[in-house]
Design a protein. Structure first.
Length: 113
């Protein structure tokens, strides 16, 4: 498989990793669309939202809880008086560039806090 994100997960390609656990790796996007732009990637290769199967419900639930945890660690949690955006791109026409499911965590537009 010639998947860039799988290569990052295997440490065959460098990335600025900000979080990792047994199921996910999160790293700074190399082409950020916000002051904070982190990609949260399941270690299991899933091409996109359209490729999800019923047995992956728990993994996807964990993905959102992981995003919440990373947002807190990065100081953008709404509990800190901030906020952030979570976004999936699905398919080429939906803006998905890498065929490996990933969640974008974006924030820190207002840097005065």
């Amino acid at each position: 498989m010639d998947c860039l994100f799988c290569k990052i997960i295997k440490r065959e390609v460098p990335a600025d990793v900000v979080y990792e656990d047994q199921n996910f790796v999160a790293f700074n996007d190399i082409n950020p669309k916000a002051p904070l732009h982190i990609l949260i990637v399941p270690k299991k290769h899933i091409s996109s939202i359209d490729s999800l199967e019923d047995q992956e419900k728990e993994l996807i639930g964990e993905l959102f809880l992981t995003a919440k945890k990373i947002a807190k660690e990065q100081g953008v949690s709404s509990k800190d008086g901030r906020g952030y955006k979570l976004m999936f791109n699905v398919g080429k026409e939906g803006g998905q560039i890498i065929d490996h499911l990933h969640l974008h965590l974006l924030g820190k537009w207002n840097n005065d806090k």
